[in-house]
Write a protein that binds this ligand. Sequence first.
Ligand code: AHM
Ligand code: MG
Length: 327
Amino acid sequence: MITTVQQHILQQQQEISEASGTFSWLLSGITLATKMVEAKIRTAGLNDVLGAMGQTNVQGEQQQKLDVYANQALLHCLGLRDSVAALVSEEDEEPVTFDRSVESGKYIIVFDPLDGSSNIDVNVNVGTIFSVLRRLPSADAGLQASILQPGYAQVAAGYVVYGPSTVLVYTTGHGVHAFTLDPTIGAYVLTKEHMKMPQQGSYYSVNESNAAAWPEEFREYVALLRAGALGRQYSSRYIGSLVADFHRTLLKGGVFLYPPTREQPGGKLRLLYEANPLAFIAEQADGMASTGKGRILDIKPHGIHQRTPFVVGSKREVEALLYGQGK
Ligand code: AHM
Ligand code: MG
């Protein structure tokens, strides 16, 4: 018998403290939106959704038509759920907030609607990343305080990778589970439960064209991997879609890194909707996620679009960066 993601979340919900169906109803908003995005991507060359929108987003990046579509799909599908207090998107400068009481509007969803959008036009994998936070109960804690919680406070996180098949991976802090979209029935069906990242892998994944602009310790680290100092002969793999590079790292092990550069000393990737959710998943799968100095999930955010250096992957590789190769 198949298990759909909806059934799985309901089962998980009974095991965790969420007694009502609220949480599964909330996540069903995400799965619905990603199915809408999937349908658009699948036929991207046939309809007029490829290419740029002609405007830039809050990050100063060219918005692609599919970026805008994916953002609207998520805002629409989630905004209708009573349990949502705020939606925070890579594409919107400010959070979208809803006038709902603390009792009903219990959750905040933070998302990157279409990650890796530079890959859309060339038919390469893209993805959606999401993170769920609980609104802080205190009456005087404004929504901003609830949004800027450290990653360890996430109640759920996940992503969808739109690849040869469409795969959804999520955690609620009770393991990492993967579902594949079965297009014949339109449902995400359980394909891997309690996923674990290998303790060491054979791939490293980084945009090496930036090497001259990295801090010295990152250059030395990648040189060490190349030299086989961790007892493995590494190959490099870099898709340029974080979700796809992370998904491979989750399955095969190894390390993905986006170090700081001279131009971007704070790193390129965003903390709230890229690094935090993937760090939560990595740790749940026995992997690690770090800035190169400390744990991603411990960072106290100060802004919703804040960036961070990001190193994620198998324990062996991440520890080698943090503590040196002997560890
Ligand atoms: P995006 O959210 O605008 O798509 O940007 C994030 C992407 C990640 O998916 C990917 O890891 C990274 O940017 C690639 O950056 P670069 O082209 O500098 O290697
Ligand atoms: Mg992104």
